[in-house]
Every structure is written in structure tokens, then in C-alpha cells.
Design a protein around this ligand. Structure first.
Ligand code: HEM
Length: 222
């Protein structure tokens, strides 16, 4: 008798896995936009009042807590599927590339997708450890604003954020277009042009918005 499976079999095909990566990737981009909007409250110059109120709301509202579970599930699925494709490609090419794989038809953003993925993943681990774990798990005595201020006044920590945001820009520059393409939403050349413009705008504006925050705190120390 055939063993019962818990997930539909198409999800384990390459197409299914790519659809999961695309859907979770686009979901994560919407998270980044909301996260950035909240974090920009750090720049209000009110000593952190608005940001602390926002952080308090985000950590106590029951609907947000449920969304947070979906968010972590989205990250885990996205990373898991990405690792699957990287490892599968490695297996099928054990000797590695004899020549640089760059070709005239692929952009620098698509060619560096794995590098940008790894840097963003390392960033995420450090980031979650510093803010999420420190506050939600270890119960830091600092307010969220004080935590951000103390972190970003350290030039090494701020530099790490800014460099990570450059790599996030690379990741988004290819990821947004690629996700919509995988989902079959780029149906003609007009839509393709629009998607490329929106993708470029997001890849520029989101990381820039995040990078401004550590630079703001660092510059204030001079
Ligand atoms: C200057 C940039 C950023 C600042 C100041 C910042 C700030 C924060 C803070 C204070 C928290 C803790 C929230 C809480 O526990 O209530 C947090 C959580 C989180 N951050 Fe960021 N963040 C930044 C950039 C990013 C980026 C670029 C990503 C993704 C690539 C990211 C992903 C997350 C995730 C997944 C969480 C945990 C979920 C949550 O609590 O909302 N953050 N961030």
C-alpha cells in the first residue's frame, strides 16, 4: 500500500518548488515594505516615542502575532527551497565551472543571486539575534529605540547593515521580476517593461530606506 503523504506531490517537483519560492519571495517583499515604513519612525527625532509605541503594538497585537508566524514560515520555506536548488545544482556539477558562467544574456543581479542570498541570510540571523531574541526572548531592559540607537552608533555594526543592504538590493533587483515570471504574471512585453521598472524602484528604494537608518544614528555621533 502507498504511504500517505502530507503535502501534494506537485509541491516536490521543480516547478512546485519554484512557485513556493516565488510566492514566499513576493510575500517577503511586502513584509519589507511594511517593516521599512515602521522603522522609518526611528528618524522622527522624537526620542523614539513613536517608534517605541509602534514596536509595542507590533509585539502585543494578536493579529500581528499570527501574521508573524506566517512571516517566519515564509522565510523558512523561501530559504529551504533556495538551499534545495543550490545543493541540487552543486550535485549535478561536482567539478564546478571550468569557466566563469557569466553570459551576455544574464544580468549581474541574476548571476550573484546565491551570493546575495547568503549575505541576506547572515544579515537576518545577526539581525534577529540582536533585536528579536534580545527583546522577545531575553527580555532586554532597553526600549526598542535605545537598542537601535546603541547598535547603530557602533560604526562596524552600521557598516555591516549598509553592506548587507547593497546585497539586498541585488537580491531584490532579480527576485521581484523572477518571482512574477515564475508565477506566469508577465504576459506581454508591456507588462514586462512595467514589472522591470517597479522591480528596479523597489530594489533601489527599500534597501536605501533601511540603510539610511544606521547612517542617521552614526552621523549623529560626530
Ligand atoms: C535599519 C534596518 C532595520 C531595522 C532598524 C530593523 C529593526 C527591527 C526591530 C527593532 C525588530 C524587532 C521587532 C520586535 O521584536 O518587535 C526587527 C525584527 C525583524 N526584522 Fe528588522 N530591521 C531592519 C531591517 C530588516 C531587514 C532588511 C530585514 C529582512 C531582510 C528584516 C527582517 C526582520 C524580521 C524577519 C524580524 C522579526 C519579525 C518581527 O518581529 O517583525 N529587518 N527589525
Amino acid at each position: 500500500m502507498k504511504a500517505a503523504t502530507t503535502t501534494p506531490s506537485w509541491l516536490h517537483t521543480s516547478v512546485g518548488r519554484k512557485v513556493i519560492m516565488a510566492a514566499t519571495g513576493l510575500f517577503l517583499i511586502t513584509f519589507l515594505i511594511v517593516h521599512l515604513a515602521g522603522n522609518l519612525l526611528l528618524l522622527r527625532g522624537d526620542g523614539g516615542a513613536a517608534f517605541n509605541a509602534y514596536a509595542e503594538f507590533m509585539s502585543t497585537n494578536p493579529a500581528i502575532r499570527i501574521l508573524e508566524i506566517a512571516l517566519f514560515a515564509g522565510f523558512i520555506l523561501h530559504i529551504y527551497q533556495g538551499l534545495y536548488f543550490i545543493l541540487r545544482e552543486r550535485k549535478s556539477r561536482p567539478q564546478g565551472y571550468a569557466l566563469n558562467a557569466a553570459n551576455a544574456n544574464s544580468s549581474i543581479f541574476s548571476r550573484t543571486m546565491r551570493l546575495s542570498a547568503v549575505v541576506v541570510l547572515v544579515f537576518l540571523v545577526v539581525h534577529l539575534r540582536h533585536f528579536f531574541v534580545e527583546h522577545r526572548v531575553l527580555g532586554s531592559p532597553l526600549t526598542m529605540y535605545e537598542s537601535c540607537k546603541a547598535a547603530f552608533e557602533n560604526p562596524y555594526y552600521s557598516a555591516f547593515y549598509v553592506v548587507s543592504m547593497v546585497l539586498l538590493a541585488f537580491h531584490l533587483a532579480h527576485g521581484f521580476y523572477s518571482g512574477l515570471q515564475t508565477l506566469g504574471l508577465i504576459m506581454n512585453s508591456r507588462i514586462e517593461r512595467i514589472v522591470k521598472w517597479i522591480g528596479a524602484g523597489l530594489a533601489f528604494a527599500i534597501p536605501l530606506g533601511f540603510a539610511i537608518i544606521p547612517m542617521y544614528f552614526l552621523l549623529k555621533t560626530f
